[in-house]
Design a protein around this ligand. Sequence first.
Ligand code: NAG
Length: 312
Amino acid sequence: MAKLTVLTLMGLGLALFRDHRSSYEERLNAFREVKPVELPNCNFVKGVEAGSEDIEILPNGLAFISSGLKYPGIKSFEPDKPGKILLMDLNEEDPAVLELKITGSKSDLSSFNPHGISTFTDEDNAVYLLVVNHPDFKSTVEVFKFQEEEKSLLHLKTIRHKLLPSLNDIVAVGPEHFYATNDHYFIDPYLRSWEMYLGLAWSYVVYYSPNEVRVAAEGFDFANGINISPDGKYVYISELLAHKIHVYEKHANWTLTLLKVLRIQNILTEEPKVKLVYAENGTVLQGCSVASVYKGKLLIGTVYHKALYCEL
Ligand SMILES: *[C@@H]1O[C@H](CO)[C@@H](O)[C@H](O)[C@H]1NC(C)=O
């Protein structure tokens, strides 16, 4: 009898495990088939071989690209080289990238590991680039001033905070003011994998300013990309493992109120809610993480691979 109970319990455990595993695979979209959707005129961006995880395009067509991300469990083609910020002028006929020099007080460039990036332009047209950095897999935000003539980034500040433990992406709303996603609650690698596997949805978004830091939204199953509408009224947060985009109203006091949740459904059917402009099964690009549009052209970046520039 005791034996039977143990066996039953084991069976139950196994069934639960299998059930959980299949929902985990579903959250990861592990077995989704991708039917290609092509664009007429696509070219790889010369000089991008080891990632273009995030891309930020200024209104004048200058694009910043963060390259060389090292992230636990993700491939890197340049595991021994520090990451870098690349600049690309989308007004050029066949734009190439150049690496921006980093100047100023930043001494530990060997551990530079840029992830999400965002720009802020002040009333004097000074451009600040805020960069999520993972030196030794920790999380910081580096504040740079873009020096266009010199093609360099002047390092101004490193921001660390206990509410910024596991940063992924950032959207700047001032020279030292931003919203940022924490893709995990835990820092410890073992707890992080359990957090993700069990789908605890403890990932959250923080508003940071020099005077005030607070949780702005929480309860995400891996909060990933974050962005703001061009008029600055709405903040968008993508929830990776739930396949959702959350739309928030941003108030004058920087709090966020949820307006709606978009579930990306029926993308491959006759009546998609979202138009699919490009899809590819991994033979051209691997691990796409960002896409940005400038004057009818689409620039697509990847976590650790190349970048593609297409006519829409
Ligand atoms: C922030 O502003 C919103 C909208 O005006 C208001 O509902 C909310 O109570 C305010 N929150 C704080 C913490 O001041």
